[in-house]
Write a protein that binds this ligand. Sequence first.
Ligand code: DLL
Length: 439
Amino acid sequence: MKKSFPYSIWNIEMETMDREVRKSLQTYRLKELVWYLYDNVKFYKDKFNEKGIHPNEVRDIEDIENLPFTNKTDLRDNYPFGLFAVPMEEIVRIHASSGTTGKPTVVGYTQSDIELWAEVMARSLVASGATKNSIVQNAYGYGLFTGGLGVHYGAERIGATVIPISGGNTARQILILEDFGPDIITCTPSYSLYLAEEIEKKNIKMQNLKLKYGIFGAEPWSEAMRNEIEKRLGIKAINIYGLSEIIGPGVANECLEQAGLHIYDDHFYPEIIDPATGKKVKDGEIGELVITTLTKKGIPLLRYRTRDLTRIISEPCKCGRTHPRIDRIMGRTDDMLIIRGVNVFPSQIEEVLVQIEEVAPHYQLIVDREHNLDVLTVMVEVDEKVFSDEIKKLEMIERKIENEIESMLGISVRVKLVEPRTIERSEGKAKRIIDNRKI
Ligand code: DLL
């Protein structure tokens, strides 16, 4: 007899597969992956040899624990294409996100990776309430960032109508919300609140809009923020997770139960480890999420350390999906900030500052949320020699640094020069970041 489920599911076979059967599939796929990496990526072959591991020794998905990790620095060290497993002629798309230095982290997709991505995004959109009849206002940025195109292909895959408006231009977003009547909006959670505020300012009644669901991610948010978004926009707010290195958005997504994000573990195998020891934590404990891409071809990654902190929820979900869930991301193990959806490492800012003659390399980053928009202020000490100069000159230096940072990171920041020796010195790790955002 056919089973019935309380909500629509895109791929019933894979999303509700018996867990033991899925485990066999994961084992099969891991074995293939390990051989594939061994044969096609020198970096992995060397790593296996160093560790004295041979692909033959991987017999079960659980053997994954003996395999080496991959770090963001490995991508940087092999910049730009060194970890690609196929020749460039098979790569059909490149995306990139911030690296810890001025160089971005680069990922390449084969045609089959794009198919896979559309599949997991289709699962995510349907899990979030989208149907073939939906109109999706896609306000994630299009470009090197994976948000825009990821949602786009998933929405097309389910046969919905996509409005590829991309990020920003709030007046136009509101016009389209009113005139095109989308039932779904996709953007960062903070931008959704900014939109709500602008809509309220214009005295537009939410009841007159057709919005029903929002699919929000790319930055951390809380249950409190969800409640506020749902109240102000009059919608159901669904959490979507992903990262460029693994595929982009669509690694994990909540269902309408809103009780953790189903991770599509037939493609992205999750582990939770203690970031200090690298060992698996006990079931249900919080730790660093590590993901292995079981089926990707362009740049498959083994045990990639996401630096995101969460836990696995293994109890079955009421929606009928058998994928395990991850809890909402609770923080990071490194100092990466996400400013208006853009990943920023303090080291990138530092790289700009050290090249500016008029300032000393003592700085602090202050992050605030003003009207639901992130504002990053860079406080940096001026050099003694410049300090006595007239205000106008100091302001010119501030603008110069702002421009440099913007051209390097793609986000606007405020730069404030401060007197020499006013930024607190620390005896240990410098306290570079003051994050005042309450999320
Ligand atoms: O942010 C992909 C994405 C686009 C996800 C659109 C969701 C929606 P990156 O730019 O590589 O990729 O940034 C990945 O963002 O490691 C997390 O720290 C953070 N992040 C992404 N989704 C969430 C979320 C995209 N739902 C990094 N909650 C990840 C908390 C998130 N943090």
